[in-house]
Ligand binder design. Structure first.
Ligand code: GLY
Length: 401
């Protein structure tokens, strides 16, 4: 379908439905059905679902190794679906797939993604079961991630491999914000105090270097390792060095909101809000962004449902921290509109394939995962649904478990 027609249909759908009667249970039931379809055809726990590409008759997941950065999302989805259904068979599968990731921690950390991999899987597992084995693996993961911290710069080295490949002395990508949650969690659960300080420092230095004046974020910041100063702001997965890559902005909104929750630092809340405000200001009326906000021919550009899912989940949390009532309403209502749009026939995989969502874009400049179903879109979509369900049930987006 032409993207602009898709947009108009969605705008119509969104304007006709009201956030107050969004049927979150029906969308969670849909996630359960799709999960059961996937479980029926997946078996090998050393292979984690990653994407289902468009333009093929393909209904099943392409899988990836446990060492891929996306490996934690499938076990994480299973935990969220278990949280909703309390189905013992889904729990058993969640345990199998989460434990399958344990060997990841035996390797020396060579990028920042350990948080995505281990916190989405074992973090949810520990939250829902309290089992010691998950706690132990999380504490080891946090220590491993912390080895990438460079105190001269004050941030974690996101992609150490780029030192050799591109000659960047030290780089930090905006995605890295999400991985700080593992460090904050570990610092409260028997890990060293250093872990809190590392996460705090990373967020602070990122808040000072990763944003432009209008609070759009760049994907990559390169730093020198002598004075620890910023050398350049670049992109890797976005359209241009100065463009607003949709998922990068999503990581910023979600990441600084989470850092405010963990630290109470008012400047992190301010950054989260400013990053959200520019995102919302530039968003198309159907609430789903194109993969980058600055591409020419925006109407023909592929969408990124994954960015919408990350932002929806982040905004539900952000709306619970701001004091200004008008802002609370803007963030909450926008999140619900994003969830409604993602839950509409235009974005649901439904009979097309076993994922929850269609129309995400992974790495456009690389030509990979364009207009595809991607596992992290599903993870943040079901997380957003679970958060919305909690808000409807007890007024809070986060779990007490
Ligand atoms: N963290 C990699 C991405 O967002 O594609």
């Amino acid at each position: 379908m032409k993207k602009c027609i898709l947009g108009s249909l969605l705008a119509l759908f969104c304007s006709c439905s009201s956030h107050s009667n969004f049927d979150v249970a029906s969308s969670l039931n849909y996630c359960e059905e799709q999960t059961l379809k996937s479980l029926a055809v997946l078996n090998d726990t050393t292979l984690m679902p990653r994407n289902i590409l468009s333009g093929e008759e393909q209904k099943q997941w392409n899988c990836t190794s446990i060492y891929d950065w996306t490996s934690g999302f499938w076990p994480g989805i299973l935990w969220y679906v278990y949280e909703y259904t309390r189905d013992d068979e889904i729990k058993k599968q969640a345990e199998r797939y989460s434990s399958a990731l344990f060997p990841v921690v035996d390797r020396k950390a060579d990028n920042h993604d350990l948080g995505f991999m281990m916190f989405c899987s074992s973090g949810n597992a520990y939250r829902l079961t309290g089992e010691q084995k998950y706690k132990e693996i999380l504490l080891r993961s946090a220590d491993s991630l912390a080895t990438l911290f460079d105190k001269r710069v004050g941030t974690i080295h996101s992609w150490p491999g780029m030192r050799k490949q591109k000659g960047w002395p030290h780089n930090t990508i905006i995605d890295n914000m999400l991985n700080l949650e593992l460090l904050f969690w570990a610092s409260k659960n028997g890990g060293g105090k250093d872990l809190y300080n590392i996460a705090y420092s990373h967020a602070l230095v990122t808040s000072q270097n990763q944003f432009r004046e209008d609070y759009s974020t760049c994907h990559v910041v390169v730093y020198d390792t002598i004075g620890g100063k910023r050398i350049s702001q670049l992109t890797h997965q976005g359209y241009a060095d100065k463009s607003m890559w949709a998922r990068g902005q999503a990581w910023a909104i979600y990441g600084f909101t989470m850092c405010y929750r963990e630290t109470g630092e008012p400047s992190f809340l301010e950054v989260a809000q400013k990053a959200a405000d520019i995102y919302l200001k530039r968003l198309p009326e159907d609430y789903i962004p194109c993969w980058d906000f600055d591409v020419p021919n925006l109407l023909d550009a592929p969408r990124d449902a994954s960015a919408a899912a990350v932002v929806a989940s982040g905004l539900l949390e952000l709306s619970s921290y701001v004091k200004d009532k008008a802002k609370v309403d803007t963030y909450f209502n926008s999140a619900v509109k994003m969830i409604e749009a993602l839950s509409s026939p235009a974005y649901r995989s439904g009979q097309n394939n076993n994922a929850f969502l269609l129309h995400s874009t992974g790495h456009k400049p690389n030509g990979t995962e364009i207009d595809a179903s991607i596992i992290y879109a599903d993870y943040y979509y079901v997380e957003a649904l679970i958060r919305l369900n909690r808000i409807y049930n007890n007024g809070k987006p986060n779990s007490d478990e």
